[in-house]
Design a protein around this ligand. Structure first.
Ligand code: SF4
Length: 292
């Protein structure tokens, strides 16, 4: 912990908490993530993001005009060295209902993936399946994950660079079988703020490299690219995230998304009225963005 005087630390903590609360509240409202009577299963990995999400959701729960339940859940994947006492102790101390699922996905992954290959994709699939199944078992109608704005942007670029798709990680997602609703209440929060908040709140963070694997090299490359932009072009990350909320299908190249074939001359509204087309007044701002 730094040498920062206690009073300053407290002020910084309060500011960060307010900001994270405000951003989570806005995301919850914009996407109608939580409704009256919901049972929200909050997935805790032991990392800073999920600790912050639980903390902020518990905080919002106290003042929310609606009633919703929180069940904190951790999946103990039986990684060697996983400190299994840490989360139960913390969760009991903060007074939230919780459950630890014990499933040895670590051995399954080790058995199926050849040595030296990245194990994250199978590991995540197994984890997701287990958590979805458990949510159904306990009647949780929402599953909250701790991904934040920077995860969303990273995923966007990963999909573009390596998958040839313009897609990211949505703040709200219905599972393929239609049974589970995943929500990401920290979708508008900056990773920097979450990290600072986690440090000030002294969450008992469990290191994420216990499995001996690394999240893909590609994600790391994209992360560094974004961090570099953030350093050299302040504001760029905010603008890029804003663009994800401001999509103009008629100015992209996807014929499934916009009916280019059906475009016809002669309508009085002209191009500006086509769905999502930018009015001329937006042009100076767009040019500014292009020159960044
Ligand atoms: S880092 Fe380890 S625990 Fe995390 S997803 Fe990858 S394999 Fe699984």
């Amino acid at each position: 912990m730094s040498e920062e005087p206690a009073k300053q630390q407290k002020t910084r903590l309060n500011k960060l908490q307010k900001r994270l609360r405000r951003e989570a509240g806005r995301a919850i409202e914009d996407f109608n993530m939580i409704e009256d009577g919901d049972k929200v299963m909050v997935c805790l990995s032991g990392g800073k993001d999920s600790f912050a999400m639980l903390d902020i959701l518990m905080n919002l729960q106290k003042s929310a005009p609606i009633h919703f339940e929180i069940l904190a859940v951790n999946l103990d994947q039986k990684q060697p060295g996983f400190p299994e006492h840490v989360l139960p102790e913390y969760l009991a101390q903060v007074g939230v209902s919780f459950h630890i699922i014990e499933r040895d996905t670590y051995s399954v992954v080790k058995e199926l993936i050849p040595e030296g290959k990245t194990t994250c994709s199978l590991c995540s699939r197994l984890r997701r399946g287990t958590l979805y199944g458990f949510a159904e078992e306990v009647g949780a109608n929402k599953i909250a994950l701790g991904h934040h704005r920077d995860d969303i942007l990273e995923t966007f670029f990963l999909n573009m660079f390596y998958g040839g798709k313009l897609k990211s990680m949505p703040p709200k997602l219905l599972s393929d079988d239609g049974k589970n609703m995943v929500i990401r209440p920290l979708a508008y929060a900056r990773e920097k703020d979450i990290a600072a908040y986690a440090e000030l709140r002294e969450f008992p963070i469990i290191p994420c490299n216990l499995c001996g694997s690394q999240d893909g090299l590609q994600r790391q490359v994209v992360k560094e690219m974004l961090q570099d932009w953030d350093k050299h072009h302040p504001g760029r990350i905010e603008i890029m995230f804003r663009s994800l909320r401001n999509v103009v299908p008629s100015h992209l190249v996807d014929t499934e998304l916009f009916d280019f074939k059906g475009l016809e001359r002669g309508y009085p509204q002209g191009a500006a009225a086509q769905r999502g087309a930018e009015p001329a007044s937006a042009l100076p701002e767009m040019i500014d963005i292009l020159s960044l």
